[in-house]
Write a new protein. Structure first.
Length: 122
């Protein structure tokens, strides 16, 4: 299993990246946007619920071992042996992807605020 922080950061990065088109199209309050990070992080950790679940451990583990968990921040890919063997690289990569997603989300918010002003006729 990859470190939990890698699952958390990639889950948050996926949710932030998915929210960019919404931010470009609609007005989005930045205070509410902060909730996307913990929600996305928890989304990336959901497949690991079999570690703490008191019930349904076997079905949850079967779900964790399926390709469906790719929808949860590339969870299946992070748990592959090749990625597990490179602990520091996976954490550093997750931090890098997360920072890029934050930058993209931030730029989308800037474009949304500046865009309509630039399109107004004089």
């Amino acid at each position: 299993m990859a470190p939990a922080i890698a699952h958390f950061l990639l889950g948050a990065a996926c949710v932030l990246t998915a929210a960019v088109p919404v931010v470009l199209r609609y007005e989005f309050d930045r205070e509410h946007a902060l909730w996307l990070i913990p929600l996305g992080g928890v989304w990336g950790l959901i497949p690991d619920a079999h570690h703490i679940a008191p019930v349904f451990v076997e079905p949850l583990y079967a779900f964790h071992s399926s390709l469906w968990v790719e929808l949860f921040g590339f969870h299946y890919t992070l748990d592959r042996p090749a990625v597990r063997a490179q602990y520091e690289a996976s954490v550093f990569g997750a931090i890098t992807v997360f920072l890029i997603a934050i930058a993209g989300f931030w730029v989308a918010g800037r474009i949304r605020r500046v865009g309509p002003v630039a399109r107004r006729p004089r």
